[in-house]
Design a protein around this ligand. Sequence first.
Ligand code: SAM
Length: 281
Amino acid sequence: MLSYRHAFHAGNHADMLKHLTLWLVLNYFNRKDKPYCYIDTHSGAGLYDLGSAEAQKIGEYRHGIARLQAEENLPEPLNSFIGRLKNILPQPNLYCGSPWLAQAETRSIDKLRLFELHPADFQFLENNMREAKLNRRGIIKQEDGYHGLISLLPPPCRRAVVLIDPPYEEKQDYERVVKMLKEAQKRFEQGCYLVWYPCLSREESSKLPEQLRKLSPDNYLNAELHVHAPRADGFGMHGSGMFVINPPYILAEQLATALPALVSSLAQDNGARFSLLHRIK
Ligand code: SAM
C-alpha cells in the first residue's frame, strides 16, 4: 500500500524536528575532511510547493515552518537552520524534503543514495534532484528503502548518515524499522542512523523508542516534540520523535537549546512539550 504523500504534510512540525536534527548531524559530519555517504531510505519528492493544492488542503506548514519563519528571536542553532533554509530553497514558496536538504549540506566528495518507492514521488524526486546537479555523486532508485539500505552496507568510505523516515501507515513499518536496523548494525555498527517516528496514542508507536534503545543502549539520542496533548478520541499525531544511533557528541547540547524554542513556537495547546534523552559514549 502506497497511499502516503508527503506533499500534504511538508513543512509541518514533524519536518521541523526531523530536518533540524538531520541538518545538525550533516554539519557535524562536514567537520572532518573525510567523505561520507548519505542514505535516505524513504526520500519523498525532494522539494514541495507550499502553494500546491496538496499543501494547502490542510495547511500543516502554517503550524510548522511558517511559524518559525515569523519568529524574530530564535536561539542558536535553530536560528541558523531557519536562515539556511532560506538560502538553499530555489524559491520562497518551496519547502525542502530531506534529499534536497542533504544535497545542499553535503560536499562534492560525499555520496547520496536515495530510495523512493511511490511512482509519482519517485518521478518528482528525479526531476527535482536533476536541478541539484548531483552527477555521479548521487544515485536515486525506485526501490524498497529497507532492502536498499542493507545492500549498501558497509559503505566503502566507512562513514555514513542514514535517514529512516517511513510513513508508518502500516503497522509493519514499526517492526521493519527495528529489523532493518538490527541487520544494518551487523553490517555497519558505526553508522549514524536517524529514525523518525510519529507520537500517536497507539501501542506500536509508544513502544518503538524503547525497542530502538535496546539496539544501542550506550550510544543514542532520543528527542520528542509534542505540539498538543493527545486527543481524547485517541486519533491523530500529537507529536513526533527522532531516535539517533551513534549521535554526534554535541547533538544533545544543540537540541537542548532548540527544543524549548520549538515548543514555544509550535505549540497548539498547553499539552505541548519536549523530551530529550541521551546516552553518548
Ligand atoms: N524523508 C522525506 C522528507 O523528510 O522529506 C519524507 C518521506 S515520507 C515521510 C515517506 C516516503 O516513503 C513516501 O514518499 C513514500 O512513498 C515512501 N515509501 C513508502 N514505503 C517505502 C519503501 N518501502 N521504500 C522506499 N520508500 C517508501
